[in-house]
Unconditional design. Structure first.
Length: 236
């Protein structure tokens, strides 16, 4: 009898630790809600859970090989450059930014359970995502980016270890539990993607955008910066 085909190599055994990999589905919503309440300092609306388990995003889960419980997730969305938030509009050089088929990938969430910390599960999930995004069918994706809390040192070190570079420092980007918190955006250029080709990037440009945001917040306490909050913390 012929062996069953392997699809995207989602099921595999790691050295020392065994994990199975599969995509999230609607049956995971209850467990996913419990995990996100532990992993992240925000409460996502039901629509978010519906979206990440419906196939709208690349939503990969690492699960226990015996009981099937979720041990970690990575969620990423691919979109055109004109769909990103205004503060992320200058991710690419002008030539690539003006190309109609150029796409970008945004990491919404990356989290693992306490039992799998420091066991390379976060790196494994990220590497699987990057393998997918650099595959022949995804060559129009030129950059992978994300936001993290500016004070989240473990997450910053994790992404820098994986060759992500800081794109912007964003004062008062998040509003968590009544407090404003700074953020950093990080980017990894793939498939020939290039950052803005100017002598002022990234230092002066980053500082300029950060100062503008800071001035806006200081001028009015009612100013709210529209952001994606899914990747406030990355539990590696």
């Amino acid at each position: 009898m012929a062996s069953p085909p392997v699809v995207y190599n989602l099921f595999e055994r790691e050295a020392e630790i065994e994990w199975n990999f599969r995509f999230l589905n609607p049956g995971d919503i209850a467990e996913l809600k419990d995990l996100c309440q532990v992993w992240f300092p925000v409460r996502y609306p039901d629509m978010w859970y519906n979206d990440v388990t419906s196939g709208k995003y690349y939503s990969l889960a690492a699960v226990h090989p015996y009981d099937g419980h979720i041990l970690g997730i990575i969620v990423c969305g691919v979109k055109s450059l004109d769909q990103v938030n205004q503060e992320d509009a200058y991710l690419l050089c002008s030539k690539q930014a003006s190309c109609l088929d150029t796409q970008v990938a945004y990491i919404l969430s990356l989290g693992v359970t306490d039992s799998c910390r420091r066991k390379q599960l976060g790196s494994t999930l990220l590497n699987k995502l990057l393998s997918y995004l650099t595959s022949p069918v995804m060559q129009t994706v030129k950059v992978v980016y994300l936001h993290v809390l500016a004070t989240s040192t473990p997450a910053i070190k994790f992404y820098e270890k994986h060759s992500f570079v800081q794109h912007l420092y964003l004062p008062f980007y998040y509003h968590i539990a009544g407090s404003c918190c700074d953020a950093r955006s990080y980017a990894l250029y793939i498939n020939g993607g290039k950052p803005p080709q100017t002598v002022i990037y990234p230092f002066i440009l980053c500082s300029l955008i950060s100062c503008i945001l800071l001035m806006l917040v200081r001028q009015s306490s009612s100013v709210t910066v529209k952001v994606d909050v899914q990747n406030i913390y990355s539990m590696i």
